[in-house]
Ligand binder design. Structure first.
Ligand SMILES: *Cc1c(COP(=O)(O)O)cnc(C)c1O
Length: 380
Protein backbone atom coordinates (compact mmCIF):
# COMPACT_ATOMS: atom_id res chain seq x y z
CA UNK A 1 0.00 0.00 0.00
CA UNK A 2 2.68 2.43 1.11
CA UNK A 3 4.00 3.49 -2.27
CA UNK A 4 0.86 3.25 -4.40
CA UNK A 5 0.75 5.63 -7.34
CA UNK A 6 -0.57 9.11 -6.69
CA UNK A 7 -2.19 10.39 -9.88
CA UNK A 8 -2.50 13.94 -11.12
CA UNK A 9 -6.27 13.51 -11.34
CA UNK A 10 -8.14 10.23 -11.15
CA UNK A 11 -11.80 9.21 -11.37
CA UNK A 12 -13.72 9.67 -8.13
CA UNK A 13 -17.07 7.94 -7.95
CA UNK A 14 -19.78 9.30 -5.70
CA UNK A 15 -21.62 6.03 -5.05
CA UNK A 16 -24.87 6.23 -7.04
CA UNK A 17 -23.32 5.78 -10.49
CA UNK A 18 -23.77 2.01 -10.34
CA UNK A 19 -27.49 2.22 -9.64
CA UNK A 20 -28.07 4.38 -12.75
CA UNK A 21 -26.11 1.82 -14.76
CA UNK A 22 -28.20 -1.00 -13.26
CA UNK A 23 -31.36 0.81 -14.35
CA UNK A 24 -29.99 0.93 -17.87
CA UNK A 25 -29.36 -2.82 -17.80
CA UNK A 26 -32.72 -3.63 -16.28
CA UNK A 27 -34.59 -1.61 -18.90
CA UNK A 28 -32.19 -2.75 -21.68
CA UNK A 29 -31.32 0.83 -22.70
CA UNK A 30 -27.81 -0.18 -23.77
CA UNK A 31 -27.58 2.37 -26.57
CA UNK A 32 -26.47 5.90 -27.40
CA UNK A 33 -29.85 7.16 -26.23
CA UNK A 34 -32.19 6.49 -23.31
CA UNK A 35 -33.41 7.85 -19.96
CA UNK A 36 -29.93 8.40 -18.51
CA UNK A 37 -28.90 10.50 -21.52
CA UNK A 38 -31.96 12.70 -21.13
CA UNK A 39 -31.57 12.78 -17.35
CA UNK A 40 -27.88 13.67 -17.51
CA UNK A 41 -28.59 16.48 -19.97
CA UNK A 42 -31.28 17.85 -17.66
CA UNK A 43 -28.95 17.64 -14.66
CA UNK A 44 -26.28 19.65 -16.50
CA UNK A 45 -28.83 22.16 -17.82
CA UNK A 46 -30.13 22.71 -14.31
CA UNK A 47 -26.60 23.13 -12.99
CA UNK A 48 -25.52 25.60 -15.68
CA UNK A 49 -28.68 27.64 -16.24
CA UNK A 50 -28.68 30.97 -14.47
CA UNK A 51 -30.68 33.91 -15.75
CA UNK A 52 -30.41 32.48 -19.22
CA UNK A 53 -31.48 28.94 -19.88
CA UNK A 54 -29.04 26.66 -21.70
CA UNK A 55 -29.66 23.50 -23.72
CA UNK A 56 -27.17 20.66 -23.47
CA UNK A 57 -26.43 17.82 -25.91
CA UNK A 58 -24.53 14.89 -24.35
CA UNK A 59 -21.87 13.57 -26.73
CA UNK A 60 -19.16 10.92 -26.91
CA UNK A 61 -16.32 13.32 -26.02
CA UNK A 62 -15.31 16.92 -25.54
CA UNK A 63 -13.44 16.70 -28.83
CA UNK A 64 -16.67 15.67 -30.58
CA UNK A 65 -18.40 18.67 -28.97
CA UNK A 66 -15.68 21.01 -30.27
CA UNK A 67 -15.94 19.49 -33.72
CA UNK A 68 -19.72 19.87 -33.84
CA UNK A 69 -19.49 23.47 -32.60
CA UNK A 70 -17.35 24.27 -35.63
CA UNK A 71 -19.74 22.41 -37.93
CA UNK A 72 -22.66 24.37 -36.43
CA UNK A 73 -20.77 27.65 -36.98
CA UNK A 74 -20.30 26.77 -40.63
CA UNK A 75 -16.50 26.41 -40.52
CA UNK A 76 -15.44 24.95 -43.83
CA UNK A 77 -12.39 24.02 -45.84
CA UNK A 78 -10.08 27.04 -46.23
CA UNK A 79 -11.59 29.04 -43.37
CA UNK A 80 -9.47 30.37 -40.52
CA UNK A 81 -10.19 29.69 -36.84
CA UNK A 82 -8.39 31.38 -33.96
CA UNK A 83 -7.31 29.13 -31.10
CA UNK A 84 -5.58 29.73 -27.78
CA UNK A 85 -2.10 28.29 -28.29
CA UNK A 86 -1.58 27.15 -24.73
CA UNK A 87 -4.02 24.26 -24.46
CA UNK A 88 -4.50 20.55 -24.97
CA UNK A 89 -4.32 19.51 -28.63
CA UNK A 90 -7.99 18.52 -28.60
CA UNK A 91 -8.88 22.25 -28.69
CA UNK A 92 -7.15 22.63 -32.05
CA UNK A 93 -7.57 19.27 -33.80
CA UNK A 94 -11.22 19.83 -34.81
CA UNK A 95 -10.10 22.87 -36.84
CA UNK A 96 -8.07 20.42 -38.93
CA UNK A 97 -11.01 17.99 -39.21
CA UNK A 98 -12.88 20.76 -41.02
CA UNK A 99 -9.95 21.46 -43.35
CA UNK A 100 -9.65 24.93 -41.85
CA UNK A 101 -6.47 26.76 -40.80
CA UNK A 102 -5.67 27.29 -37.12
CA UNK A 103 -4.38 30.73 -36.11
CA UNK A 104 -2.71 30.50 -32.71
CA UNK A 105 -2.71 33.24 -30.08
CA UNK A 106 -0.55 33.65 -26.97
CA UNK A 107 -1.70 33.75 -23.34
CA UNK A 108 -1.67 36.61 -20.85
CA UNK A 109 0.13 36.12 -17.51
CA UNK A 110 -2.82 36.51 -15.10
CA UNK A 111 -5.07 33.60 -16.08
CA UNK A 112 -2.65 31.93 -18.53
CA UNK A 113 -5.47 32.00 -21.09
CA UNK A 114 -5.90 33.77 -24.44
CA UNK A 115 -4.49 37.31 -24.39
CA UNK A 116 -7.06 39.95 -25.44
CA UNK A 117 -4.39 42.21 -26.99
CA UNK A 118 -2.79 39.44 -29.03
CA UNK A 119 -6.25 38.26 -30.04
CA UNK A 120 -7.22 41.65 -31.42
CA UNK A 121 -3.88 41.99 -33.22
CA UNK A 122 -4.45 38.58 -34.81
CA UNK A 123 -7.98 39.44 -35.93
CA UNK A 124 -6.92 42.79 -37.45
CA UNK A 125 -4.02 41.19 -39.27
CA UNK A 126 -6.06 38.29 -40.65
CA UNK A 127 -8.74 40.72 -41.86
CA UNK A 128 -6.07 42.90 -43.51
CA UNK A 129 -4.80 39.77 -45.26
CA UNK A 130 -8.26 39.21 -46.67
CA UNK A 131 -9.84 36.63 -44.39
CA UNK A 132 -11.95 37.22 -41.32
CA UNK A 133 -11.61 34.33 -38.84
CA UNK A 134 -14.75 32.25 -38.52
CA UNK A 135 -14.50 31.51 -34.78
CA UNK A 136 -12.41 32.05 -31.64
CA UNK A 137 -11.64 29.01 -29.46
CA UNK A 138 -10.83 30.24 -25.96
CA UNK A 139 -9.99 27.87 -23.11
CA UNK A 140 -10.39 28.00 -19.31
CA UNK A 141 -7.12 26.20 -18.56
CA UNK A 142 -6.93 24.17 -15.37
CA UNK A 143 -10.36 25.54 -14.47
CA UNK A 144 -9.26 29.21 -14.44
CA UNK A 145 -11.77 31.35 -16.35
CA UNK A 146 -10.33 33.36 -19.23
CA UNK A 147 -10.78 37.15 -19.33
CA UNK A 148 -14.34 36.79 -20.53
CA UNK A 149 -15.40 40.47 -20.59
CA UNK A 150 -12.43 41.41 -22.76
CA UNK A 151 -12.68 38.39 -25.06
CA UNK A 152 -16.45 38.69 -25.53
CA UNK A 153 -16.12 42.42 -26.24
CA UNK A 154 -13.66 41.64 -29.06
CA UNK A 155 -15.95 38.87 -30.31
CA UNK A 156 -18.79 41.39 -30.46
CA UNK A 157 -16.72 44.18 -32.01
CA UNK A 158 -15.62 41.99 -34.93
CA UNK A 159 -18.71 39.79 -34.98
CA UNK A 160 -16.76 36.54 -34.58
CA UNK A 161 -18.37 33.83 -32.39
CA UNK A 162 -16.59 32.35 -29.36
CA UNK A 163 -16.36 28.63 -28.74
CA UNK A 164 -15.74 28.31 -25.04
CA UNK A 165 -13.58 25.25 -24.31
CA UNK A 166 -14.77 24.57 -20.79
CA UNK A 167 -13.50 20.98 -20.75
CA UNK A 168 -11.50 21.70 -17.61
CA UNK A 169 -13.82 24.23 -16.02
CA UNK A 170 -17.15 22.66 -15.09
CA UNK A 171 -17.99 24.33 -11.76
CA UNK A 172 -15.92 27.47 -12.39
CA UNK A 173 -17.62 30.86 -12.68
CA UNK A 174 -16.82 34.29 -14.08
CA UNK A 175 -18.67 37.20 -12.42
CA UNK A 176 -21.07 34.63 -11.04
CA UNK A 177 -21.84 33.11 -14.44
CA UNK A 178 -21.02 29.45 -14.99
CA UNK A 179 -18.16 28.60 -17.33
CA UNK A 180 -19.54 26.77 -20.34
CA UNK A 181 -22.38 29.29 -20.75
CA UNK A 182 -20.35 32.39 -21.64
CA UNK A 183 -19.59 31.80 -25.32
CA UNK A 184 -21.76 31.20 -28.38
CA UNK A 185 -21.17 27.52 -27.72
CA UNK A 186 -19.60 25.88 -24.67
CA UNK A 187 -17.98 22.50 -24.57
CA UNK A 188 -17.57 20.15 -21.60
CA UNK A 189 -15.50 16.99 -21.23
CA UNK A 190 -16.15 14.00 -18.98
CA UNK A 191 -12.95 12.15 -19.75
CA UNK A 192 -11.45 10.01 -16.98
CA UNK A 193 -9.18 12.73 -15.62
CA UNK A 194 -11.67 15.61 -15.56
CA UNK A 195 -13.47 16.97 -12.49
CA UNK A 196 -16.33 14.57 -13.13
CA UNK A 197 -16.17 11.66 -15.53
CA UNK A 198 -18.42 9.35 -17.52
CA UNK A 199 -15.32 7.25 -18.38
CA UNK A 200 -15.36 9.11 -21.68
CA UNK A 201 -17.83 11.73 -22.82
CA UNK A 202 -18.55 15.36 -23.46
CA UNK A 203 -21.31 17.85 -24.07
CA UNK A 204 -22.12 20.83 -26.22
CA UNK A 205 -23.80 23.70 -24.39
CA UNK A 206 -26.19 25.64 -26.66
CA UNK A 207 -28.22 28.80 -26.09
CA UNK A 208 -31.40 27.70 -27.83
CA UNK A 209 -33.32 24.50 -28.31
CA UNK A 210 -32.94 24.57 -32.07
CA UNK A 211 -29.12 24.39 -31.81
CA UNK A 212 -29.37 21.53 -29.34
CA UNK A 213 -31.72 19.61 -31.63
CA UNK A 214 -29.42 20.17 -34.57
CA UNK A 215 -26.45 18.93 -32.50
CA UNK A 216 -28.33 15.77 -31.56
CA UNK A 217 -29.35 15.30 -35.21
CA UNK A 218 -25.76 15.66 -36.46
CA UNK A 219 -24.38 13.43 -33.69
CA UNK A 220 -26.74 10.57 -34.59
CA UNK A 221 -25.82 10.24 -38.30
CA UNK A 222 -28.07 13.09 -39.54
CA UNK A 223 -31.07 10.94 -40.37
CA UNK A 224 -33.87 12.87 -42.00
CA UNK A 225 -37.44 12.20 -40.96
CA UNK A 226 -38.40 9.23 -43.15
CA UNK A 227 -39.19 5.52 -42.63
CA UNK A 228 -36.10 4.54 -44.62
CA UNK A 229 -32.59 5.94 -44.10
CA UNK A 230 -32.62 9.35 -45.76
CA UNK A 231 -29.74 11.84 -45.50
CA UNK A 232 -29.32 15.41 -46.67
CA UNK A 233 -26.37 16.27 -44.34
CA UNK A 234 -23.08 14.60 -43.47
CA UNK A 235 -23.62 12.98 -40.09
CA UNK A 236 -21.47 11.87 -37.16
CA UNK A 237 -21.64 9.09 -34.60
CA UNK A 238 -20.99 11.31 -31.60
CA UNK A 239 -23.91 10.68 -29.20
CA UNK A 240 -23.27 9.67 -25.60
CA UNK A 241 -24.17 6.13 -24.55
CA UNK A 242 -26.90 5.56 -21.95
CA UNK A 243 -24.39 3.60 -19.82
CA UNK A 244 -21.90 6.47 -19.73
CA UNK A 245 -24.70 8.94 -19.04
CA UNK A 246 -25.65 6.79 -16.01
CA UNK A 247 -22.18 7.37 -14.58
CA UNK A 248 -22.65 11.07 -15.35
CA UNK A 249 -25.92 11.26 -13.40
CA UNK A 250 -24.19 9.86 -10.33
CA UNK A 251 -21.27 12.24 -10.83
CA UNK A 252 -23.50 15.33 -11.05
CA UNK A 253 -24.67 14.54 -7.50
CA UNK A 254 -21.11 15.02 -6.23
CA UNK A 255 -19.85 17.78 -8.54
CA UNK A 256 -20.04 20.54 -5.92
CA UNK A 257 -18.19 18.45 -3.35
CA UNK A 258 -15.52 17.63 -5.97
CA UNK A 259 -15.08 21.35 -6.64
CA UNK A 260 -14.73 22.01 -2.90
CA UNK A 261 -12.11 19.27 -2.54
CA UNK A 262 -10.10 20.43 -5.57
CA UNK A 263 -10.11 23.92 -4.09
CA UNK A 264 -8.87 22.46 -0.80
CA UNK A 265 -5.99 20.87 -2.71
CA UNK A 266 -5.21 24.29 -4.14
CA UNK A 267 -5.11 25.78 -0.61
CA UNK A 268 -2.88 22.91 0.48
CA UNK A 269 -0.31 23.89 -2.18
CA UNK A 270 -0.69 27.62 -1.52
CA UNK A 271 0.17 26.97 2.13
CA UNK A 272 3.12 24.79 1.18
CA UNK A 273 4.63 27.45 -1.06
CA UNK A 274 3.54 30.57 0.82
CA UNK A 275 7.01 31.56 1.99
CA UNK A 276 8.77 30.64 -1.24
CA UNK A 277 9.23 33.54 -3.62
CA UNK A 278 10.48 31.28 -6.45
CA UNK A 279 7.19 29.44 -6.82
CA UNK A 280 3.95 31.00 -8.07
CA UNK A 281 0.69 29.09 -7.71
CA UNK A 282 -1.86 29.96 -10.41
CA UNK A 283 -4.36 32.10 -8.51
CA UNK A 284 -7.64 33.84 -9.30
CA UNK A 285 -6.73 37.43 -10.30
CA UNK A 286 -9.78 38.93 -8.55
CA UNK A 287 -13.16 38.17 -7.01
CA UNK A 288 -14.63 38.05 -10.53
CA UNK A 289 -12.96 34.69 -11.03
CA UNK A 290 -13.89 31.45 -9.31
CA UNK A 291 -11.85 28.44 -10.42
CA UNK A 292 -12.81 24.82 -9.82
CA UNK A 293 -9.02 24.34 -9.55
CA UNK A 294 -9.27 21.19 -11.62
CA UNK A 295 -5.48 21.07 -11.48
CA UNK A 296 -3.25 23.17 -9.29
CA UNK A 297 -0.42 24.49 -11.42
CA UNK A 298 2.76 26.28 -10.38
CA UNK A 299 5.59 28.07 -12.10
CA UNK A 300 9.12 27.99 -10.79
CA UNK A 301 11.76 30.67 -11.24
CA UNK A 302 15.05 28.68 -11.01
CA UNK A 303 17.09 31.87 -10.53
CA UNK A 304 15.28 32.48 -7.23
CA UNK A 305 15.38 28.81 -6.25
CA UNK A 306 19.10 27.95 -6.05
CA UNK A 307 18.81 26.62 -9.60
CA UNK A 308 16.02 24.14 -8.80
CA UNK A 309 13.91 23.58 -11.93
CA UNK A 310 10.46 22.22 -12.56
CA UNK A 311 12.13 19.05 -13.91
CA UNK A 312 13.96 18.55 -10.60
CA UNK A 313 10.68 18.65 -8.72
CA UNK A 314 8.89 16.48 -11.28
CA UNK A 315 11.60 13.81 -11.10
CA UNK A 316 11.70 13.83 -7.30
CA UNK A 317 7.94 13.34 -7.19
CA UNK A 318 8.18 10.60 -9.81
CA UNK A 319 10.81 8.78 -7.74
CA UNK A 320 8.19 8.58 -4.98
CA UNK A 321 5.59 7.28 -7.45
CA UNK A 322 3.78 10.64 -7.52
CA UNK A 323 2.58 11.91 -10.90
CA UNK A 324 3.07 15.54 -11.89
CA UNK A 325 3.20 17.00 -15.40
CA UNK A 326 4.62 20.01 -17.25
CA UNK A 327 2.01 22.54 -18.33
CA UNK A 328 0.47 22.14 -21.80
CA UNK A 329 3.04 22.62 -24.50
CA UNK A 330 1.72 25.46 -26.69
CA UNK A 331 0.26 24.42 -30.03
CA UNK A 332 2.48 26.79 -32.02
CA UNK A 333 5.49 24.82 -30.69
CA UNK A 334 4.06 21.42 -31.68
CA UNK A 335 5.49 19.72 -34.78
CA UNK A 336 2.00 19.15 -36.17
CA UNK A 337 1.00 22.83 -35.89
CA UNK A 338 4.23 24.85 -36.03
CA UNK A 339 3.74 25.95 -39.63
CA UNK A 340 0.54 27.85 -38.85
CA UNK A 341 0.36 31.57 -37.99
CA UNK A 342 1.02 32.62 -34.40
CA UNK A 343 0.37 35.96 -32.71
CA UNK A 344 1.85 37.05 -29.42
CA UNK A 345 5.06 36.90 -27.43
CA UNK A 346 6.66 34.30 -25.22
CA UNK A 347 4.21 34.11 -22.31
CA UNK A 348 2.97 30.62 -23.13
CA UNK A 349 6.50 29.45 -24.00
CA UNK A 350 7.78 30.63 -20.61
CA UNK A 351 4.86 29.01 -18.80
CA UNK A 352 5.64 25.75 -20.56
CA UNK A 353 9.31 26.03 -19.68
CA UNK A 354 8.80 26.61 -15.95
CA UNK A 355 5.36 25.24 -15.17
CA UNK A 356 4.21 22.09 -13.43
CA UNK A 357 0.80 20.57 -12.61
CA UNK A 358 0.58 18.88 -9.22
CA UNK A 359 -1.67 16.04 -8.01
CA UNK A 360 -5.06 17.66 -7.53
CA UNK A 361 -7.64 14.87 -7.28
CA UNK A 362 -10.74 15.24 -5.13
CA UNK A 363 -9.98 11.79 -3.69
CA UNK A 364 -6.47 12.32 -2.30
CA UNK A 365 -6.11 11.07 1.26
CA UNK A 366 -4.28 12.75 4.13
CA UNK A 367 -1.61 10.09 3.86
CA UNK A 368 -1.13 10.83 0.16
CA UNK A 369 -0.99 14.55 0.88
CA UNK A 370 1.76 14.01 3.43
CA UNK A 371 3.77 12.01 0.88
CA UNK A 372 3.53 14.98 -1.52
CA UNK A 373 4.28 17.40 1.30
CA UNK A 374 7.44 15.49 2.20
CA UNK A 375 8.92 15.59 -1.32
CA UNK A 376 8.15 19.27 -1.80
CA UNK A 377 9.36 20.29 1.69
CA UNK A 378 12.72 18.69 0.87
CA UNK A 379 13.18 21.62 -1.53
CA UNK A 380 11.89 24.42 0.69
C1 LIG B 1 -9.90 17.15 -22.09
C2 LIG B 1 -9.89 18.34 -22.95
C3 LIG B 1 -10.53 18.36 -24.20
C4 LIG B 1 -11.06 17.14 -24.87
O1 LIG B 1 -12.02 16.45 -24.21
P1 LIG B 1 -12.18 14.87 -24.49
O2 LIG B 1 -13.46 14.54 -23.79
O3 LIG B 1 -11.00 14.19 -23.91
O4 LIG B 1 -12.29 14.68 -25.96
C5 LIG B 1 -10.55 19.55 -24.90
N1 LIG B 1 -9.99 20.66 -24.43
C6 LIG B 1 -9.34 20.69 -23.25
C7 LIG B 1 -8.75 21.97 -22.78
C8 LIG B 1 -9.26 19.53 -22.47
O5 LIG B 1 -8.60 19.56 -21.31
Amino acid sequence: MENTKIWLSSPHMGGNEQSYINEAFESNWIAPLGPNVNGFEQDIQKYLSGNNEVYVAALSSGTAALHLSLVMLGVEHGDEVICQSMTFSASANPIMYQGATPIFVDSEPETWNICPNALETAIKDRISKGKKPKAIIAVHLYGMPFKADEILAISKKYDIPVVEDSAEALGSTYKGRKCGTLGNFGILSFNGNKIITTSGGGALVCHNEEDKNKTVFLSTQARDNAPHYQHSHVGYNYRMSNICAGIGRGQMEVLDSHVAKRREMNSFYKNLFQYNEAVTVLTEPSKDYFSNHWLTAITIEPKLFKGVTREDIRKSLDAENIESRPLWKPMHMQPVFEKYPYYGGIISEELFKNGLCLPSGSNLTDEEKSRIDKVIKSYL
